[in-house]
Design a protein around this ligand. Structure first.
Ligand SMILES: NC(=O)c1ccc[n+]([C@@H]2O[C@H](COP(=O)([O-])OP(=O)(O)OC[C@H]3O[C@@H](n4cnc5c(N)ncnc54)[C@H](O)[C@@H]3O)[C@@H](O)[C@H]2O)c1
Length: 288
């Protein structure tokens, strides 16, 4: 442990599990206190389970075990008022906010008949949810604060954005992630005079529940009626130039940590991939 974030407070959405939990732990290891929120409920159109209140409690335990403070609440990124209340409760206890990690996301990949509402749910969480997170935080951000938005290589790969054949939920996910590129650049431009930075991280496959579910397995192994994790894992390699099926959450957290720290104090408006060379394999995607 070092102290690259000593004295700073990070506001992290989707913090109950997966990458959000990993970000909370990694930033806490470097001295940050944490304001954590998660929906901790199901969204009907999402075919795999979202996090539970127990998951959020486990994040709290992990951060506190590191000797750091954490204020955790149940809040929905689609509801700006809930986010504002959660953030302000955290600031009341921890005194400030310097880092925003807009990470919460869903991938409502249709398993049966496509439902156009899947597109609405995906964009509400994956795009509007990010904008709400940043909106409630901006009034509290002082000089050298850092906003980190979670995108996806789905924003850049061919056939993963605006593609009705992928189903409305998947198309909504890809379109949201692609739109976050321009959003990041605009926010970075407008916050630069205040020395507030905004960057977007784009992971390839990450070893979390968003990847490990039947809808994704089916997409990677359409040749099988009920593919399992073991069936799908070899096919996951297709996206990366390095021969791996996915990166681990901590691989993304290490980039988030760098962008959150003062080491990155003049890095803003960037799209940075943690993708094991994915875009080198698909150089002509929409964002490339
Ligand atoms: N796993 C991957 O392969 C992958 C790849 C690229 C990008 N991403 C992105 O990484 C981010 C984190 O996903 P993950 O991989 O950790 O998956 P995950 O499903 O484990 O975590 C997502 C978290 O967001 C929470 N959440 C969902 N909707 C919410 C809402 N409305 N309000 C508050 N919280 C909500 C969930 O409960 C869950 O805890 C997402 O933005 C996702 O799109 C994931």
């Amino acid at each position: 442990m070092t102290d690259r974030l000593e004295g700073k407070v990070a506001f992290i959405t989707g913090a109950a599990r997966g990458q959000g939990r990993s970000h909370a732990v990694r930033l806490a290891q470097e001295g940050a206190d944490i304001i954590a929120i998660d929906l901790c409920e199901q969204i009907e159109s999402n075919p795999y389970p979202l996090a539970t209140p127990e998951d959020l409690k486990e994040t709290v335990r992990l951060v506190e075990d590191l000797g750091r403070r954490i204020v955790a609440s149940k809040a929905d990124v689609r509801e700006r008022g809930q986010l504002r209340n959660a953030l302000e409760a955290g600031i009341a206890e921890l005194g400030r906010v310097d880092i925003v990690v807009a990470n919460a996301g869903i991938l409502p990949m249709a398993m049966g008949d496509p439902d156009p509402l899947d597109f609405v749910d995906a964009t509400d969480v994956d795009l509007v949810g990010v904008m709400n997170t940043v909106a409630v935080a901006v009034p509290h951000l002082g000089e050298y604060s850092s906003v980190i938005v979670t995108g996806s290589t789905a924003a850049m790969l061919p056939n993963t954005t605006d593609n009705p054949a992928m189903g409305p939920g998947s198309a909504g996910y890809g379109w949201s992630k692609k739109t976050l590129i321009g959003y990041t650049e605009q926010m970075a431009l407008h916050l630069a005079p205040r020395f507030v930075r905004v960057n977007c991280v784009h992971p390839t496959n990450v070893d979390t529940d968003l990847l490990h579910n039947d809808g994704i397995y089916q997409q990677f192994r359409p040749d099988l009626p009920h593919p399992t994790r073991e069936d799908a894992e070899p096919a996951f390699n297709v996206f990366q130039a390095m021969p791996i099926p996915y990166v681990e959450p901590v691989d993304v957290s290490n980039l988030v940590l760098f962008l959150a720290s003062d080491e990155a104090r003049y890095i803003t408006g960037q799209q940075i991939r943690v993708d094991a060379g994915s875009l080198l394999k698909f150089p002509h995607g929409p964002g490339n």
